[in-house]
Design a protein around this ligand. Structure first.
Ligand code: SAH
Length: 213
């Protein structure tokens, strides 16, 4: 449960997001129900409700709440059961997804970040989030197919393995590197085809190969 004082802050933040980007009532509610302070380093907590990315250690960042709202909206979550996230980081995006999906699977390559994220999920009693230390480009075969797949770090290409782990009609959202630019891209699986739509410019940290333990 989230306390009343926090709800006032997350609601104000959600209102700021809506002024910049239209999100569905369900996505807005998921943001209101997620205490972002828990995902931000102690020294930066006073900035937890600003629409900014913040450093979380290991040269990584918790995404801006505006970015998390957009990525979640792009997933078009109606009628979905499971989602796979690549790049758990602080865990904030996964926590927001946990309010919208029955099961969330999230993979992180840096073990220290993932153990901190797991502790946060435990303290918030988000028991529908399943975590794994791995290179997320492998996906998570055991729980496939997923209704949705979300890249929280930018990719040059999407491995075929991940399209194989996406259900028929499923959507994969990823920030794609195009030269020096990045574009949030929606891939929709239709039969043997993958439809691709460019959505908007963005700025994510890149996907890196391998695991750090
Ligand atoms: N979703 C996060 C954003 C984290 S930034 C949040 O809400 O805080 C992107 C994360 O992707 C980083 O933690 C980085 O370590 C991770 N990452 C980069 N390459 C990866 C890979 N190949 N597999 C899994 N995680 C990866």
């Amino acid at each position: 449960m989230i306390d009343k004082v926090t709800i006032i802050k997350t609601t104000k933040m959600a209102e700021e997001i809506v002024k910049k980007y239209p999100i569905s009532p369900a996505v807005k509610n998921a943001i209101i129900q997620t205490n972002r302070e828990v995902f931000v380093p102690l020294a930066l907590r006073h900035n937890a409700y600003r629409l900014d990315a913040l450093p979380i250690g290991a040269q990584q960042y918790i995404s801006s709440p505006l970015t998390v709202a957009k990525m979640t909206q792009y997933l078009n979550v109606t009628g979905c059961d499971s989602v796979l996230e690549i790049g758990c980081g602080s865990g904030y995006q996964a926590a927001v997804l946990s309010k919208l999906f029955r099961r969330v699977f999230t993979i992180e390559r840096i073990e220290t970040l993932l153990s901190e994220a797991k502790e946060r999920f435990r303290s918030l009693q988000l028991s529908n989030i399943h975590t794994r230390t791995d290179d997320g480009q492998n996906g998570w075969e055991q729980y496939a197919p997923f209704d949705r797949i979300l890249f929280s770090a930018s990719a040059r290409t999407i491995p075929q393995k991940l399209f194989d782990q996406l259900r028929e009609g499923g959507i994969l959202i990823a920030p794609m590197e195009k030269g020096r630019e990045q574009v949030i891209t929606r891939f929709t699986k239709q039969g043997r085809q993958i439809l691709e739509d460019a959505l908007e410019a963005c700025d994510f940290v890149p996907i890196v190969d391998g695991v750090i333990r």
